[in-house]
Design a protein around this ligand. Structure first.
Ligand code: CTP
Ligand code: MG
Length: 223
């Protein structure tokens, strides 16, 4: 099963509506993300987390699609994921869950299969990419140490988890700091999180320019 989180405001992306409701290549970003998950044989149910005032719009954009349930999200991403997991737990969900950002319209083939394969030997798995740019510390406006980037990775979604492990990690999370992602919460509980190969096309719409990038990618037919 999959949990698609779509309850954010998209403040960095600007625009009149949250980014997941905007149109790219003739279709809402949320619908692109949903349809890509729905194409995967490994995924049997997709739960969608939306803001309390956004459910009507989400239902309209996902009309005629087999949404397992719409769930009211939280004030931050962690709260939204937690609400989704809680719903799944209440209906007796088990097995594996993929947690995915609705703000990622592209899900290249192979990603989900790699995650599911990795989950045979670990409680969590995430797609990652290397870093191309040189990394340097900012020492008050002056370049400080150059950081060795060879062992650093950028983490994408979907992230795959054994349901019981990630649900328990969310319930136990008590750090005053925001968790940057779900895999981090699993690691805190002592679980291994496997790394699988990610894909540049899986990028997240974050800033205004990212929409043009997405249009170009769809137009190029590289999906
Ligand atoms: N998300 C969510 N609930 C929140 C915040 C974020 O479900 N309270 C979702 C977003 O809808 C998005 C994903 O988490 O699909 C990744 O978050 P991000 O890119 O940060 O989206 P926003 O929080 O919407 O954007 P911003 O931080 O720029 O406001
Ligand atoms: Mg955010």
């Amino acid at each position: 099963m999959a949990l698609l989180v779509a309850a954010g405001q998209g403040s960095r992306a600007g625009g009149n509506v949250p980014k997941q409701f905007r149109t790219v290549a003739g279709k809402a970003v949320l619908a692109h993300a949903f349809d890509a998950l729905a194409m995967c044989d490994e995924i049997d149910a997709i739960f969608v987390v939306v803001g309390p005032e956004q459910e009507e719009e989400a239902r309209r954009l996902l009309i005629h699609r087999p949404v397992a349930a719409f769930i009211a999200g939280g004030a931050d991403r962690r709260g939204s994921v937690r609400a989704g997991l809680e719903h799944i737990a209440q209906i007796g969900g088990a097995g594996e869950v993929l947690i995915h950002d609705a703000a990622r319209p592209f899900l290249p083939p192979g990603i989900v299969a790699r995650l599911v394969e990795a989950l045979k030997g670990a409680a969590g798995a995430v797609p990652v990419l290397p870093i191309a740019d040189t990394l340097v510390t900012d020492d008050g406006g002056v370049a400080g140490a150059t950081v060795d980037r060879s062992c650093l990775r950028r983490v994408q979604t979907p992230q795959g988890f054994r349901f019981e492990a990630i649900w328990s990690a969310h319930q136990l999370w008590d750090s005053p700091h925001e968790a940057t992602d779900d895999a981090q919460m699993l690691q805190v509980r002592g679980h291994d999180v496997k790394l699988v190969r990610g894909d540049e096309r899986l990028f997240k719409l974050t800033y205004p320019d990212d929409f043009q990038k997405a249009e170009t990618l769809f137009a190029s037919g590289r999906r």
